[in-house]
Design a protein around this ligand. Structure first.
Ligand code: TRP
Ligand code: SF4
Length: 400
C-alpha cells in the first residue's frame, strides 16, 4: 500500500467545543496514528468570511492550537502549522487561478449557500468566490492523498481534483514525454518494468481500476526513482502527460453525534455549546438548566426520554446501567430531572478534566506552543517549496 498523506484545516473563528471534539478532533487523533498527517490553522480562510473582524481570528489562532494539543493532537505524529506562515499556499493559489474557469467557482454549492446564510455580511468578494481554489492550493501543495472533511466540503475536494487534472493536462506535457516515460520504465528493471506495462495495458484497454491502483502503488513504493520519473510513470499510466499535482480523495468525517444543550446539533450559531475550556461550574450550570421533556411539569409527572435532549447526552456518556435507570425512572417519575442530569454532568467533567489540565499547561507556556508551530511550519514549508519548484518548472517560471 502506498503511504497516505492526510491534510486537513480548521478555521480559527472561535473556541472549540465538545461538538468539534466528538467530530473532527477524535477523528484526527485516530488518523495521526495511522498516516502521515498535516493539520493547519486556516487563517486566510477565516478572513474570507471574517475580513472585518480580524481580532477574532488573531485571538483564536493560538487558542485553537492549544485546544488541538490539549485534545491529544501530538506534534510528534502530526505536523501542525498555520496557513499564512507558509506563503507558498498563496503563490500556488495565484498560479492555479490562471487556469480556473469562473464558472467552476460559481458552481461550488457553498458559494451561494453561505452567501444566503451569512446574508448580513457582504460576501460578494473576490476572496470569497476564490476560497475553494485556496483550499485546492492547500491540498495540492502537500500532494495530500486523503482529506478528512465534513459532508458540506466534499464538493471542494471534487473541485480540487478537477483543478489538478486540468493543471496536469495543460502543464504536464513536456517535450519528449513518451521517450522519457519509456526510459523511466527501463529503470524499474525488467521484472517490474514488465509488470508496469502489463498493468498499464490492462487499465488502458479495459479500464481495469484495480490494475491502475496496483501500478500506482508499485511506483509509489519503488526506491531510487527521481521525482520527475515518478510523475512520468504515473502520468503515462493514464495516457496523459506528467502527473505533477495529485488528485486527492475526500475522507468523510463521521458526523458528530454530540447534541447541543437544546438537542439540536452543537454549534456556536445555535448558542448551545459546551466549550472545551468551560469551567466546571459553568458546565454544571449549563446542563442543570437544559430543557427536558415538557410533559414533566411537576416532579411527579412521568416523562419520555425520547423527547428530552438530556437523554441524547446519556446515549453518549452513560453505560447501560445508568441508561436503564433513566428510562425506568423517567417514565415512572421515579427520578427527578435534576437527579437524572447528575451523571451526565459528572461524565462531561471527567472527559474535560484531562483536556483542561493539558490546555492549562500549554497556556502557561506560550513559548512551547510557538515552538511546536514553528517546527510544524518549517516541515510543511519544506514540502510546499518542493512542490512549488515543480509547479514553476512546469509553468516555465524558473528563469534563473
Ligand atoms: N474550508 C474548510 C472549512 O471551512 C477548512 C479548510 C481550508 C480545509 N483548507 C482546507 C479543510 C484543506 C481540508 C483541507 O472547514
Ligand atoms: Fe429528561 Fe431525565 Fe428528566 Fe426524563 S428524567 S425528562 S430523561 S432529564
Amino acid at each position: 500500500m502506498a503511504v497516505e498523506r492526510v491534510l486537513s484545516g480548521m478555521r480559527p473563528t472561535g473556541n472549540l467545543h465538545l461538538g468539534h471534539y466528538h467530530g473532527v478532533l477524535k477523528n484526527w487523533l485516530r488518523l495521526q496514528h495511522e498516516h502521515e498527517c498535516f493539520f493547519f490553522v486556516a487563517d486566510w480562510h477565516a478572513l474570507t468570511t471574517h475580513y472585518d473582524t480580524p481580532e477574532i481570528i488573531e485571538e483564536s489562532v493560538w487558542e485553537m492550537v492549544i485546544d488541538w494539543l490539549a485534545a491529544g493532537v501530538d506534534p510528534a505524529n502530526a505536523t501542525i502549522f498555520i496557513q499564512s506562515r507558509v506563503p507558498e499556499h498563496a503563490e500556488l493559489f495565484t498560479l492555479l487561478s490562471m487556469i480556473t474557469p469562473l464558472g467552476w467557482l460559481e458552481r461550488v454549492p457553498t458559494y451561494k449557500d453561505q452567501q444566503e446564510k451569512l446574508a448580513q455580511k457582504d460576501l460578494s468578494t473576490y476572496g470569497f468566490l476564490g476560497y475553494p481554489l485556496l483550499q485546492s492550493a492547500d491540498i495540492l501543495i502537500y500532494k495530500a492523498t486523503q482529506v478528512p472533511v465534513g459532508e458540506d466540503q466534499i464538493p471542494h475536494i471534487e473541485f480540487t481534483r478537477e483543478i489538478a487534472r486540468r493543471f496536469n493536462h495543460i502543464y504536464g506535457r513536456e517535450v519528449g514525454f513518451e521517450e522519457k516515460a519509456k526510459a523511466a520504465i527501463k529503470k524499474l528493471g525488467s521484472k517490474r518494468g514488465g509488470l508496469y506495462e502489463e498493468l498499464r495495458t490492462r487499465y488502458q484497454e479495459s479500464g481495469d481500476d484495480e490494475a491502475l491502483e496496483s501500478a500506482r502503488a508499485m511506483i509509489e513504493e519503488q526506491q531510487g526513482l527521481s521525482m520527475g520519473d515518478k510523475e512520468r510513470l504515473l502520468g503515462y499510466l493514464e495516457g496523459g502527460g506528467k502527473m505533477i499535482l495529485l488528485e486527492p480523495e475526500h475522507k468523510l468525517t463521521p458526523a458528530s453525534k454530540m447534541p447541543g444543550l437544546d438537542g439540536q446539533k452543537m454549534s456556536k450559531s445555535y448558542n448551545n455549546t459546551i466549550s472545551l475550556r468551560e469551567s466546571p461550574d459553568v458546565v454544571a450550570k449549563k446542563i442543570k438548566t437544559m430543557p427536558t421533556d415538557p410533559a414533566r411539569v411537576r416532579r411527579t409527572d412521568p416523562g419520555n426520554p425520547e423527547k428530552c435532549p438530556v437523554w441524547q447526552l446519556h446515549e453518549i456518556y452513560s453505560d447501560e446501567k445508568i441508561q436503564s435507570w433513566v428510562q425506568e425512572g423517567c417514565r415512572t417519575a421515579g427520578i427527578g430531572c435534576i437527579e437524572c442530569k447528575q451523571p451526565v454532568i459528572e461524565s462531561v467533567l471527567e472527559e474535560l478534566k484531562p483536556i483542561q489540565e493539558r490546555a492549562a499547561q500549554y497556556a502557561e507556556d506560550p513559548t512551547l506552543v510557538k515552538n511546536i508551530v514553528a517546527e510544524g511550519c518549517e516541515r510543511a514549508r519544506k514540502q510546499a517549496r518542493e512542490t512549488m519548484r515543480e509547479v514553476r518548472d512546469a509553468m516555465g517560471l524558473n528563469y534563473s
